[in-house]
Design a protein around this ligand. Sequence first.
Ligand code: ACO
Length: 370
Amino acid sequence: MTATRGLEGVVAAQSAICSIVDGVLCYGGINIDELAEHATFEEVVYLLWHGVLPKRDQLTELQKQLGENATVPKEVIDSIRTYPQGVNSMAALRTAVSTLALYDAEAQVMDPEANYRKSIRLMAQTPTIIAAFDRIRKGLEPVAPNPSYSLAKNFLYMLTGNEPSDTAVKAFDVALILHADHEFNASTFAARVTVATLTDIYSGIVSAIGTLKGPLHGGANEAVANMLQEIGSVANVESYIRQKLDNKDKIMGFGHRVYKDGDPRAKWLRQMSEKLTAQIGRPELYQMSEKVEEMVTGEKGLKPNVDFYSASVYISLGLETDLFTPIFAISRMSGWTAHIMEQYTNNRLIRPRADYTGPVNQHYVPIDQR
Ligand code: ACO
């Protein structure tokens, strides 16, 4: 048996949710370029869950269900109040979502209808949890969700208590669409491995959140924001990146296991970054990013991934840096739940083998003789 490092190129299962063929990303067979241009995030959630775009009444029903289920049990909000100051935001999200399960009477019910209802609750309540966490740590009271708002608008509203602008809502909605699913990425695969034991959906989502947290996966967008802050100005890009490249450090937001010729999501975020950074009067954020891209692509041949320009987009929307990865989780909740439901419908335990490289023919040595 020979191991494939990082399972690169291994096809682990069949899936009808999302495809990446020749660098083209599709949800349910629809190119994400079309979805980013024309769809709403709620339409995409329906597409991922059902495999087809919703008709008008189906979309209205889903919007209603998401709105009605956005309120988080009081006990979960109270538990967030007990988190230590300065706690990692993804650790907080992981814990809060795990706590949600304790207050969901259907948490252990495994029929498909119950799992669909739980997917709606997870999708609807994750933004409420993140906004409440952010407000509580700032000494503010959480803002109750407005059931008539879209998921994107509601999240921005719950963070500040103010009506977000249409431009901000549209930009955030497109960012949610672009991050919604990505085939067997690390966190989705972790969720599928977890639920393939036939454990409950919350356990699968907690595995996924823990996996997304890492800097090689969802944590990269926050690392990019920190890097832009450290660079500080366009004039500093060259020396900063030169030093990183000479030290053989990884530049966050570049490279991808699947796309060697560019991430199709990045161009959307680049456009949004250019527009939004200009609108807030901080065009240097885009200019720095552009220059970083020029150097890293020019010297290493590495292209930006979804995380690179999402950093300056989220900064422009006034979002806290350490909420970038939790925001990724809001969007990816749609994909995670879609994959979990698909896994349940045609389940087989996921249990690969290891290529053993340790010692052989050893014997037990009594403790005093070791
Ligand atoms: N900066 C500098 N060099 C890089 C980078 C980078 N961002 N990414 C890859 N490389 C180099 C590696 O050092 C390696 O070089 P070598 O062959 O000389 O050793 C080569 O490119 C191949 O890289 P691997 O790490 O083996 O590629 P892998 O497919 O395992 O990893 C990953 C992909 C994790 C995305 C990697 O490119 C990376 O660490 N990027 C930075 C983190 C990041 O942006 N993650 C977000 C990914 S998108 C997402 O999850 C939403």
